[in-house]
Design a binder for this molecule. Structure first.
Ligand code: PPE
Length: 308
């Protein structure tokens, strides 16, 4: 999915041309991976563009940095405003994906991150269906990865750490090379954790189950929390329970959630069809309500939208 350049990228308080948003090859994060990012989406609504759950994402970015002991030289309010401004100045009438990144810049080499300057950038670009239009409609084929998800004392899983995505990248490549769409990773204890860039839910006997993020070493997804609320509002209970791979094989329905991916049905896991192998009714209902909520079509979720 190639990115489409937009006009301006916010770099340390200044809007610079897309092509000028560059950094030195001795940038600390490029060598050692200490840095954090977010993934946010802005959607077209009938009252103009709105960023979905901007404050929650920005808070998580600052929390990721807190864990990494990176002092971000901007407040939550300043970053929220900078994000809106970046969306505003770029020509993205149909909405966009938003990528804030905090990285350690050029200055001092060596593993110790503390002496390096802290840089913040915010880029936006139009991004279509992360797992493809067909995947969002008909479901994706998942493979349990041979790569184990980070143990919490090896990599802090509540932080969207740049270097942490090597683990996701390995699992993604393995799945794609084997002919699947996406990977599901298990924790070191053999329990289901999350996907390379999404959380996951199953539907069993009419209620939803998802691995408890902290114990499963999964990111506490903003989409996951949105789906929790939407499911409850639709009358479905949500249980956060440890899950093993056979729970996936025997689920009535399953779907994954993430900002980039949105809500995507899971058609099969390790070649076992989930249910009938086509998106189930609860999955489709939740996907539909999510798609309406992000576009400002449902007044009860209006507080999730930040107008730009
Ligand atoms: N787990 C992981 C590992 C993850 O990267 C994401 C987001 C999620 C769960 C879902 O979190 P949330 O977006 O708050 O619901 N992945 C981002 C990065 C995708 C990328 O390829 O880059 C995203 O969806 O923006």
């Amino acid at each position: 999915m190639p990115i489409t350049p937009t006009k301006k990228i916010w770099m340390d308080g200044v809007l610079v041309d897309w092509d000028k948003a560059v950094t030195h090859v001795l940038t600390h994060t490029l060598h050692y991976g200490t840095g954090a990012f977010e993934g946010i989406r802005a959607y077209k609504t009938d009252k103009g563009l709105a960023v979905f759950r901007l404050e929650e994402h920005t808070k998580r970015l600052l929390n990721s940095c807190k864990i990494l002991m990176i002092d971000v030289p901007y407040s939550l309010e300043e970053l929220v405003e900078a994000t809106k401004e970046t969306v505003r100045v770029n020509d993205v009438p149909e909405g966009c994906y938003i990528r804030p990144l905090v990285f350690l810049g050029y200055g001092e080499m060596g593993v110790n991150p503390l002496p390096s300057p802290v840089n913040v950038v915010i880029a936006v670009w139009p991004w279509g269906a992360y797992l493809g239009d067909d995947g969002a409609k008909n479901g994706v084929r998942m493979k349990i990865s041979s790569w184990v998800r980070h143990a919490p004392n090896a990599m802090p899983t509540a932080s969207k750490t740049v270097g942490g995505y090597v683990n996701s990248g390995l699992a993604k490549v393995e799945a794609i090379k084997a002919g699947y769409d996406e990977a599901i990773m298990l924790g070191a204890d053999g329990r289901v954790s999350e996907c390379t860039g999404e959380n996951l839910f199953i539907v069993r006997d009419g209620y939803l189950v998802s691995p408890p993020p902290s114990e499963a070493g999964a990111l506490r997804g903003v989409t996951l929390s949105s789906i929790h609320r939407i499911a409850n509002d639709l009358g479905y209970q949500v249980h956060f329970e440890a899950m093993r791979r056979d729970d996936l094989y025997l689920a009535d329905e399953a779907f994954l959630t993430g900002t980039a991916a949105e809500v995507v049905p899971i058609a099969s896991v390790d070649d076992r069809l989930v249910g009938s192998g086509t998106p189930g009714p609860i999955t489709l209902q939740i996907q539909r309500v999510y798609n309406q909520a992000v576009r400002g079509e449902l007044t009860e979720y209006e507080s999730w939208l930040a107008r730009v």
